[in-house]
Design a protein around this ligand. Sequence first.
Ligand SMILES: [Zn+2]
Length: 228
Amino acid sequence: MVWYNYLMIKFLSQLLDLIYKKRCYFCRSTDSGNLMCENCFESIEFLPCKIFRNINGCQVFCASVYKDNLQKLIRGLKYHNKKELAYFQAKLMYEYWKKLTVSEKKFVIVPVPLYSKREKQRGYNHMLLVAHEFAKLAGENYIVENNLIKRIKNTKPQYKLSKAQREQNLKNAFEITKNCDKFKNKNILIFDDILTTGSTLEEMIKVFKQNGFENLYAFTTSCAKHSF
Ligand SMILES: [Zn+2]
């Protein structure tokens, strides 16, 4: 009886796979059987391979511009529960990262933290998912550390605020957790999805520096169109 049930479930799931062959979330084609087909992935253009910005001595890298398919990808992962898109976001970042000539080899990836209540509502921190997928692609020199810095203030969404309001909004928003000594000499690589004014990174960098961290880098998947 157990075997019968097992075979029945297997048969039904194969039948469902056949009927609902995975469609590309972007162009709806079923050709690749992936949530993002190759054409749609390759439609995303990289920015030139160089330091995008320098924020208080921290080199900031940015892979692409927040528009078209990349905008849909980021929004799909962040707001529409398409967790599988984390892999494609990480892949895009990794393809860009490989082309850069960064002198350091080992990094501790720190995804920008969400406020605990917001993370609970969403069910996950999207950048933590991306960080894990990135580390899988990049190999053993990259580790993910999610508990080094916390967001202790429920900040307002930033997109409607001016630069001055953003700074005020983010003031004292982050706190380093107590046991961070073993990470102080490591290369910290902050991960975020969209760079606009850079206020979030600026605030995080400030807090890291106040706590004795010196080797700070940041890498964002995209930048807003008007940010460069
Ligand atoms: Zn497609």
